[in-house]
Write a protein that binds this ligand. Structure first.
Ligand code: NZQ
Ligand code: ZN
Length: 384
């Protein structure tokens, strides 16, 4: 096992009817900015629940954080935060709203020039406004992690930041808030959760049986519940289990002491930035092709995953590994997500050229051993 530091300061309040507890968790003297997206919270009753719970607080609202939150929109919020002297941010919505809120929290306190540097140059976040979340979409794990992914419209770029300074003080997870999700977002969330776990688990063996089984527990649970999550309307149990899988999938626990390979996410973010496809869609396209390309390095873990999650084994390890990759792709298709660039009208040669050129200019190396160069990314994308 590799050395690691484990730290996670986020208080989770989980379950039905828990939104009202924000009044016990946010100090009464705070001036709160309630940050939300395009209006889903006004249709599903979450907005009303929050307003009710925040009676007596000074509140300013900021709406319009878009899916794949834009730096430009977040900077509009930063202006208001400064004008209104806001001292607490409350994100109400999906991962995009929360990621936007994390960036706003950091940008409002940033003294190193343009806050875009936090993303483009990994400029250090020395301080940030306190923030909390009411998360309404199981997918990103943002409710219990230090990450935020922000896009810049002007340049069609998408970058992640990582700092525990912007982790939520608390996150409320009420699975009932997910009942209003469009099916497509539920599918995206299932795939995102599954791929988060795979990118921390399917690398090379470092003798980490506990972390492996923790990862497999999430994967097996997703396989087991996905049918109910998708097809049983307003089914509390499956939605609750799905949400907890999503949170556990990217809250740094299963990453302890193991190598990670975020190649699929890194390429996926470029596909979203350049062509506008959803985050979950980009992952379903890229992951199987990354695994095929990296088969020798990943083979042992692919075989373990295939055996323990899909009960696939065989004498010929190469053929068995390919069968497992195929089964993973078929699982994505069964959930209802497409797995080819052409399904979205994207020319693989165009994507391969543009994305490998971007990685070349940034000297990006990917893979669990930093073994994938831009020329490899080009080949992977040509197969997508
Ligand atoms: O904007 P509103 O009106 O709220 O609508 C949203 C949005 O249109 C809607 N929605 C959210 N909750 C709903 C709902 N509709 C009905 N009922 C509800 N309960 O769903 C749409 C998509 O929301 P979004 O927040 O964009 O989805 P998601 O949570 O999947 O977040 C995706 C973003 O997170 C980033 C992705 O790159 C993408 O930008 N990621 C963040 C990570 C992190 N912070 O750790 C890690 C991930 O790998 C990922 O990169
Ligand atoms: Zn993701």
């Amino acid at each position: 096992m590799q050395n690691f530091v484990y730290y996670n300061p986020v208080r989770i309040v989980f379950g039905k009817g828990t939104i009202s507890s924000i009044s016990e968790l946010i100090p009464k003297d705070k001036k709160v900015m309630m940050v939300y997206g395009g209006g889903s919270i006004k249709k599903n009753g979450v907005y009303e629940q929050v307003k009710q719970a925040l009676k007596g607080y000074k509140i300013v609202e900021f709406s319009g954080i878009e899916p794949n939150p834009a730096y430009e929109t977040c900077m509009d919020a930063v202006k208001i935060v400064k004008e209104e002297k806001i001292d607490f941010l409350l994100s109400v919505g999906g991962g995009s709203v929360l990621d936007g809120t994390k960036f706003i929290a950091a940008a409002a306190k940033f003294e190193g020039g343009d806050p875009w540097k936090i993303l483009s140059e990994c400029a250090e976040i020395e301080s940030a406004l306190p923030l909390a979340s009411i998360i309404t979409l199981p997918a990103t794990g943002s409710e219990m992690n230090a990450l935020a992914v922000i896009s810049k419209k002007a340049t069609a770029e998408k970058f992640a930041l990582c700092s525990w300074k912007v982790a939520p003080v608390f996150s409320i997870i009420d699975p009932e808030t997910t009942y209003s999700l469009p099916r497509k977002q539920v599918v995206n969330g299932l795939v995102d959760t599954f791929v988060h776990v795979l990118e921390q688990y399917v690398t090379f063996n470092v003798n980490s049986p506990l972390q492996d089984r923790q990862a497999e527990a999430i994967l097996n649970t997703i396989v087991e519940i996905s049918d109910d999550v998708l097809n049983k309307a307003n089914d509390y149990e499956s939605r609750a289990n799905f949400f907890w899988c999503a949170t556990q999938g990217l809250n740094s626990l299963i990453a302890c002491g193991v190598p990670q390979d975020w190649t699929t996410h890194k390429i996926g973010h470029e596909l979203t930035a350049l062509y506008g496809i959803d985050h979950g869609e980009s992952l379903a396209i890229v992951l199987p092709r990354v695994w095929e390309y990296n088969l020798e390095l990943k083979k042992e873990k692919i075989l373990q995953y295939g055996k323990r999650v899909f009960d696939i084994s065989g004498k010929d390890s190469g053929k068995t590994a390919m069968k497992i990759i195929d089964t993973t792709e078929k699982f994505f298709l069964k959930l209802g997500i497409k797995t080819k660039l052409s399904d979205y009208g994207i020319d693989s040669r165009d994507a391969a050229e543009k994305i490998s050129a971007r990685f070349e200019s940034r000297a990006t190396k990917l893979g669990e051993k930093g073994q994938l160069l831009p020329k490899d990314v080009k080949k992977i994308l040509l197969n997508c």
